[in-house]
Design a protein around this ligand. Structure first.
Ligand code: SF4
Ligand code: SF4
Length: 274
């Protein structure tokens, strides 16, 4: 039997990467614009100031002094060594990694230590199937959205389950390279940032962090709204929904169903291959 190739979720290709477990989304201001500014500035400073291990402490102190340090969760560390690792600033990653430092591994100074930084695989590696991983990688090319979605196991698994049920098979990952299907799936995953029922109070963007824990996963009180638990409950929770009444629940369900239907309608009409 042919052995399955390992899929590197952290750095899947040249278009994007993830830095969620390094605390990327744990700043109170974790909008894309704010994080881009933070990572850009930090990377420039690292390139300018760090010529060897002896410069790291001064760099670390300077970053902590000049950057806004207000976090969503105090227990989750926000690593000052996370930056952009490519010229085009499409990929977030570790500035201490040997590939960034002419083969020298500087991760000994990190909060988690070199071993953990090097060997950490978040729960998504285990729970998301290989076909789902490949499909997701084909759908999302933007580091900000990719990191939010790849760590949201329920959102990923529920989407692929629902569309698979709709088309009576798990679509092969290659089908998500087709412009039409890619675009439809991307619109669904983009709900992560534009969901109209998103609760600002929940104050949570990513779901799983470095130690694999779940933080503040709140449940939706359907009983209080006098309605049944939604068939899309897992997706609603992933999107940190806060519904005011059963009409909003119904509208939320219609919205999700529209995305599923769009995929089902387009699936059997083969379109161009991107
Ligand atoms: S959260 Fe998972 S995919 Fe993202 S960088 Fe960490 S281990 Fe990699
Ligand atoms: S030192 Fe560790 S926690 Fe910090 S950016 Fe590198 S891999 Fe992430």
């Amino acid at each position: 039997m042919k052995e399955e190739k390992f899929i590197h979720l952290c750095q899947p290709d040249s278009c994007k990467s993830c830095g969620a477990c390094c605390g990327l989304y744990n700043y109170v201001n974790s909008t894309k614009a704010a994080l881009t500014h933070r990572l850009k500035h930090r990377t420039e400073q690292f390139r300018r100031l760090v010529k060897g291990p002896g410069d790291l402490q001064a760099f670390s102190e300077m970053i902590k002094k000049t950057e806004d340090q207000v976090k969503r969760y105090d227990v989750i560390y926000c690593c000052e060594y996370l930056g952009f690792i490519d010229q085009e600033q499409k990929k977030v990653g570790c500035l201490l990694h040997p590939l960034q430092n002419k083969g020298v591994d500087l991760r000994d100074v990190s909060f988690y230590g070199r071993e953990l930084c090097d060997g950490h695989f978040c729960p998504s590696y285990h729970y998301i199937s290989n076909e789902e991983k490949r499909a997701l990688i084909n759908v999302i090319d933007d580091w900000y959205l990719y990191g939010l979605c790849v760590t949201d196991i329920d959102l990923v698994k529920e989407y692929f389950r629902l569309i698979s049920e709709g088309v009576h098979e798990m679509p092969s990952a290659n089908r998500f390279k087709e412009t039409v299907l890619k675009d439809i799936a991307l619109k669904f995953f983009s709900l992560k940032t534009i969901w109209p029922y998103r609760s600002e109070d929940v104050n949570r963007l990513g779901k799983y962090y470095f130690d694999g824990s779940l933080y503040m996963i709140s449940h939706i009180d359907y009983e209080a709204m006098d309605c049944e638990k939604s068939r899309f409950d897992k997706i609603f929770v992933s999107l940190t929904s806060d519904f005011k009444n059963k009409n909003e629940v119904k509208n939320g369900e219609d919205l999700i169903q529209t995305h599923i239907n769009a995929f089902m309608d387009a699936y059997h009409n083969r379109s161009d291959i991107a």
